[in-house]
Design a protein around this ligand. Structure first.
Ligand code: HEM
Length: 530
């Protein structure tokens, strides 16, 4: 009798377990027939819960490189399906379709895919990148003037002050025989100081004191060393709903408090001392708070966001209160510091590996700045076409944002098909994979700035090169980014020679644990006097 009872107990437990496992399996895979049902080609390997993302979630492959593999699995199709965990996503493979999504039918795809939507992370929720619909339109139209050419020209002398410090810093290192450096560190110290000065109005001196608090915040934010924080980042980007439930913040409370305090003090000081004038972002934010908008000259007006200013109605109006304004300054830091720093570091690496390119660039810079006695000014630097091509080529090979995403905001039928995308569906633009596709860029791993001459650009389809995105959602800070990276490059190349060191790795090995494309060893290089 006792044995019979025990047997039936085991049987019940086994049935319960099997049912629970079947339910779990169903839950983990119940979206996996989405693309098949729509007749959309898809990548084959799908893993319960992880979808197509197992290798990047487990950090076996760097995110952009993993997407490159998915891209090649869909090559030959105009579009194809993948699964980010359980969420179906449509990868746009055809440049014409990409143009449709980013520009022609922007109204159908006007939002970025939400990473964190809730207000429990206000510093990220009020970043323009996260904002949606009318609210995004309103905020973008108000902030766009801060990044127009005229404003960048005004802030350029502040960038050049940091470049002078960079020059002195490198000279000191050479004088004390300390010529080897990690390009990621040097570039991050420089961009921290530029953003500190141009956005927050403070001198961080990271080049002299790499452990200052501002630099520490940048490291915590962009390259966290703790596995726990890396895991949190992964959850935020891959499983936003779980992040929401557990209230995981992209901008930690400590970082939020630091910036709230910083901005609060800067505002208070300037309100008390109206005679204090500085052409920085804080100054513009204060103007925005006081006047509800920024002064714009006629030239800037033309370039501001392709007519968005006209369209933005008060429907999405938000108050530029202290939280929203602080979020913009923090946004300047998260969106602008690491991306620009990576661009600078990888350009230095490629210049070291390609001495002929470095020499050609030096010749162009010498000629351009002859008239101003070596003084680098904004208009001159913008006219250096080879410098522009060098930076473009770096951003092609090492595009910091390897993949862009858009959310469908209005039903869309894929041209020449009867396949519909519904509101909330996600679309992927495979930037890094296209930049490395030999169909568009022959011998894609070769660093060749001449791919960006006017004639060469005409030989490939539009919308295959997208380091700053495209359309009304294009990177708002691209002019600032280019100004700060080019200023540093010109300063270094005009005064020093960048060389490989005994520890330089080429091709670069990437850090699999980071969403952005970073070198595993930090890019070891050597600086020498000219
Ligand atoms: C080399 C440096 C940079 C790169 C490669 C870069 C790249 C990008 C990319 C690819 C996007 C998405 C565009 C799209 O979806 O079409 C973006 C958006 C954005 N970037 Fe940048 N960025 C850089 C520097 C900066 C800087 C310096 C700032 C600010 C000072 C900035 C602020 C933003 C903002 C606010 C957005 C969101 C725009 C919106 O959704 O309306 N970025 N960036």
């Amino acid at each position: 009798m006792g044995i019979l009872v025990a047997d039936s107990c085991w049987a019940d437990t086994a049935v319960l377990l099997l049912t629970a496992l079947s339910l779990l399996y169903w839950y983990a895979t119940n979206t996996f027939d989405h693309w098949k049902k729509k007749g959309v080609p898809e990548v084959r390997n799908k893993v319960p819960f992880f979808g197509s993302m197992l290798d990047s979630v487990t950090m076996k492959k760097q995110f952009s490189l993993h997407f490159q593999e998915l891209y090649w699995g869909l090559k030959g199709h105009k579009f194809g399906g993948i699964f980010q965990m359980k969420r179906p996503m449509l990868v746009m493979m055809d440049p014409e379709l990409i143009k449709d999504v980013m520009v022609k039918n922007f109204a159908n795809f006007s939002d970025n895919v939400a990473i964190i939507s809730s207000k429990h992370d206000p510093m990220f929720a009020y970043n323009i990148f996260s904002m949606k619909g009318e609210q995004w339109k309103y905020a973008r139209s108000k902030l766009a003037p801060a990044f127009a050419t005229g404003k960048i020209r005004n802030v350029f002398p502040l960038i050049m002050e940091i470049c002078d410090e960079l020059k002195k810093h490198l000279k000191r290192r050479i004088d004390s025989n300390d010529c080897e450096f990690k390009a990621h560190d040097l570039a991050a110290e420089y961009t921290t100081d530029v953003v500190g000065s141009c956005a927050f109005g403070i001198r961080c001196n990271s080049l002299i004191d790499p452990n200052n608090q501002f630099r520490k915040m940048g490291k915590d934010l962009m390259t966290p060393e703790s596995i726990f924080r890396q895991l949190q980042f992964m959850i935020i980007f891959m499983m936003p709903k779980i992040a929401e439930i557990f209230r995981i913040k992209l901008i930690s409370q400590q970082i939020e408090d630091f910036f709230r305090d910083l901005i609060g003090k800067a505002f208070a000081y300037r309100e008390k001392h109206p005679e204090f004038k500085r052409n920085d972002f804080i100054n513009l934010l204060m103007q925005l708070k006081k006047l509800g908008g920024l002064e714009v000259d006629e030239t800037d007006k033309k370039e501001i966001n392709r007519g968005l200013e006209k369209e933005a109605s008060d429907k999405g109006k938000i108050e530029f209160n202290e939280t929203v304004l602080t979020a913009q300054a923090v946004g300047f830091f998260i969106d602008g510091f690491e991306t620009s720093s990576l661009a600078l570091a990888f350009t230095l690496h490629e210049l070291a590996m390609n001495p002929a390119v470095q020499e050609k660039l030096r010749e162009e810079l010498k000629k351009s700045f002859e008239a101003t006695d070596g003084k680098i000014d904004y208009d001159n630097i913008r006219s250096c076409t080879y410098l522009d091509n060098v930076l473009h080529e770096t951003l092609r090979i090492y595009s910091p944002a390897g993949v862009l995403q858009r959310e469908c905001t209005k039903r869309y039928t894929i041209p020449d098909t009867n396949i519909n995308l519904e509101v909330g569906d996600a679309v992927v633009i495979p930037v890094y994979p296209m930049h490395h596709d030999p169909t568009y860029f022959p011998s894609p791993e070769v660093f060749d700035p001449d791919r960006f001459t006017e004639e060469a650009k005409k030989t490939r389809p539009a919308f295959t090169y997208l380091p700053f995105g495209e359309g009304p959602r294009q990177c708002i800070g691209f002019r600032f980014a280019q100004a700060q990276v080019k200023a540093a490059l010109a300063t270094i190349v005009l005064n020093f020679e960048v060389k490989p060191s005994k520890d330089t790795e080429h091709p670069v090995k990437f850090d699999q644990t980071n969403f952005l494309l970073r070198a595993k060893n930090g890019l070891n290089l050597k600086i020498a006097p000219l």
